[in-house]
Design a protein around this ligand. Structure first.
Ligand code: 1AL
Ligand code: ZN
Ligand code: ZN
Length: 459
């Protein structure tokens, strides 16, 4: 069946139900999973439009809750049309769009309305939105919660863009007081300036020079602040893109003490390592930085024990010129890595070698991110009543990341030329085929996951 078609049932020899992989037929009604019938050979009424995928694996669509779409304002970095097509091609059926790199940033109701207008009619997958906490916008937080924002993001260090300033401890206390009792969540870019970054005459094209400028202690001290705030206010807090393994003990102690705290890492911290980043390869630059192999293995162990809750892309693209590949100067290049389309395959390629199961993939890439965004009643698992968001893929199939495959707006990614395991065949959004074998539905069928409302005069 071609992209754009709506199906009434999906039949496969391998449907991932809970911890089991079994033959089944997923019955879809009004875009929702109506029922999951065991045994794939069940006869169905002739009127049913059945997508039979043989022995391809069927699992819930990936929920990537850390994506910088950068529209409005920096559509040349990435936009909804290209980002959500890349998502669909990668089996991602829901994204949550970060409040920065767009201009304006999503820090007020008026700006949220502008973002929603920019996203209307552009999305191939469902799109939720994070608001931003910046100095002085505490009066905007509750109205944005009423508008259906998934939660908020703040930075404890320069964010990379001047229009999204980082917060001070005082700003955090003000924001926490607004968020108390709302059930919302505050996400933190957890790096803090703990020592003046020494100006050195080290070679700026050597990755080690950049890595030394962002030591583990910057994450450790930021996370110390976050755990204290989280315990004090009992507001849900989430640490985005954990790179260092050093704060894991602190996080565990805070959670054991009753902090409603979650933490994510990203595909690049689990796949790449500092030892393999060549001089001048600024496509590998991100903040916090990719650290050494030993650290990476500690992140994998923490994933295995549940100390890290989920894995996301932190898709943070820019235009190629901002990556300074001509000079290879890590200190001047944009920090951000593009990987939205390849997260499922990136994760599975290594996870499958480390004893992770396919149900671990669903927990880490679908269920837990859906919970973070408050979408777990409709997204993230194959349960009756959930949206019929499905990814149909072949976990054993190898493929190479080539430019021609990439649907992101800018084709620069550190994964170019990598051989990955796990090729996505088709992606369904509420029972509609939005992607199949390289082609997309003619119409963008994604919904904006906000409650429509008019901007209120900012207080
Ligand atoms: N402004 C950004 O997009 N920053 C992002 N940049 C990265 N991760 O390098 C981030 O998530 O902090
Ligand atoms: Zn960040
Ligand atoms: Zn980010």
């Amino acid at each position: 069946m071609k992209p754009g078609s709506t199906v009434d049932a999906v039949r496969s020899q391998r449907v991932l139900c809970g911890n089991d992989i079994c033959p089944a037929v997923i019955i879809i009604k009004d875009g929702k999973i109506h029922n999951i019938l065991p045994h794939a050979d069940l006869p169905l009424d002739d009127s049913y439009k059945v997508l039979d995928v043989g022995s391809k694996l069927v699992m819930p669509g990936v929920v990537d809750c850390h994506v910088h779409v950068n529209e409005p304002g920096r559509k040349n970095w990435e936009g909804y049309w290209t980002a959500t097509r890349a998502a669909a091609a990668g089996g991602v059926t829901t994204i949550a769009d970060m409040p920065l790199n767009s201009i304006p940033p999503t820090t007020t109701m008026v700006n949220l309305m502008e973002k929603i207008q920019a996203a209307e009619g552009q999305c191939f997958v469902d799109t939720a939105f994070w608001g931003g906490v910046v100095p002085g916008n505490q009066g905007e937080l509750r109205p944005m919660i009423k508008a259906g924002i998934a939660g908020f993001k703040c930075f404890l260090i320069h964010s990379g863009v001047d229009e999204f300033p980082h917060v001070t401890d005082d700003d955090l206390h003000s924001a926490m007081k607004q968020l108390m009792g709302t059930g919302s969540v505050l996400l933190f870019h957890a790096e803090k300036e703990v020592q003046a970054i020494p100006v050195t005459d080290e070679d700026p094209c050597e990755y080690s020079t950049f890595l030394r400028s962002r030591p583990d202690i910057m994450e450790l001290e930021a996370i110390r602040t976050i755990t204290q705030l989280c315990l004090q206010y009992q507001v849900r807090c989430h640490i985005v893109h954990l790179s260092s393994a050093q704060p894991l003990k602190l996080i565990q102690e805070a959670r054991q003490a009753g902090a409603p705290l979650t933490v994510e890492t990203t595909h690049h911290y689990l796949t790449l390592s500092a030892e393999h980043i060549p001089p001048g390869a600024t496509q590998f630059k991100c903040c916090p930085p990719i650290r050494g192999k030993a650290n990476r293995e500690q992140l994998w162990s923490a994933l295995k024990t549940g100390q890290i809750d989920m894995v996301v892309s932190d898709h943070s693209p820019c235009t190629p010129d901002l990556k300074k590949l001509d000079t290879g100067d890590f200190t001047q290049a944009w920090g951000g890595i593009s990987s939205l389309q390849f997260g499922l395959s990136l994760f599975w390629t290594t996870a499958s070698q480390k004893g992770f199961s396919l149900s671990d993939v669903v927990r880490l890439l679908c269920q837990k991110p859906a919970e973070l965004c408050g979408l777990d009643q409709q997204k993230g698992s194959l349960s009756p009543g959930h949206d019929a968001d499905l990814v149909i893929w072949d976990p054993e199939k190898e493929f190479e990341v080539t430019e021609s495959r990439i649907h992101h707006k800018n084709k620069l990614t550190p994964y170019l030329g990598c051989k990955l395991r796990g090729e996505v065949c088709s992606t369904l959004l509420r029972g509609n085929i939005i992607y199949s074998q390289g082609s997309f539905s003619p119409q963008p069928l994604g919904k904006l996951l906000v409650r429509q409302c008019q901007p209120q005069a900012s207080l």
